[in-house]
Design a protein around this ligand. Structure first.
Ligand code: ADP
Length: 176
């Protein structure tokens, strides 16, 4: 049986922790759809198309990873693309409670879809998009935490925001 998995997230921006989970999932499942959630309940640094473009570049050349964007319920999108598995990454214990709750809610909404959580590599345990944004905002080097094109995009975005301090994005919160 051909098994397609969906790996959803905000990817604002994508980092090496996400990359590792998607690649490991691509070795387990026949195809992985990495899907950028368009309207997360958090303030975003990058637009949907920017996030999508960074995710696309990240997986360019990986045969069984497809990249897409979605809105609405994750399980509805999973059904739309015929994915029967939702992949999630687990970092620290504090992720567990939220992931457990979300996994059970998704199960209630769509009992036919299974959530599979993959434990992070210890190298990536501290990585989150918010930490990376915070480091990049203060000019820190994030090149060991993200693909090179993402580190470039972060440097460019914060340079633009600094040049235009009145823009609404400048005071954006660093927390998720
Ligand atoms: P974040 O803003 O927390 O980086 P996303 O909403 O983009 O997260 O996360 C998408 C998925 O990737 C979630 O399942 C999340 O737990 C997982 N993830 C995020 N960071 C890591 C990491 N460092 N290692 C493994 N999985 C991660």
């Amino acid at each position: 049986m051909f098994v397609r998995a969906l790996y959803p997230g905000s990817f604002d921006p994508i980092h090496n922790g996400h990359l590792d989970i998607a690649l490991r999932a691509s070795r387990i499942f026949d195809e992985v759809v990495v899907a950028v959630f368009e309207t997360p309940k958090k303030r975003l640094l990058f637009s949907t198309d920017e996030r999508l473009d960074m995710v696309r570049k990240t997986f360019d050349g990986v045969d069984n990873i497809r990249v897409a964007k979605f809105s609405g319920f994750t399980v509805d999108y999973a059904k739309e693309v015929n994915a029967i598995v939702l992949v999630r990454g687990l970092r620290v214990f504090s992720d567990f409670e939220a992931e457990f709750r979300m996994g059970l809610a998704n199960k209630k909404l769509a009992p036919e879809i299974e959530t599979v959580s993959i434990m992070t590599d210890e190298k990536h345990v501290y990585l989150s998009s918010s930490t990376i944004r915070e480091i990049a905002e203060y000019g820190g080097d994030v090149s060991s935490m993200t693909p090179a094109h993402v580190a470039d995009a972060l440097a460019q975005r914060f340079a633009d925001l600094r040049a235009n301090q009145n823009s609404p994005g400048y005071m954006y919160s660093l927390r998720d």
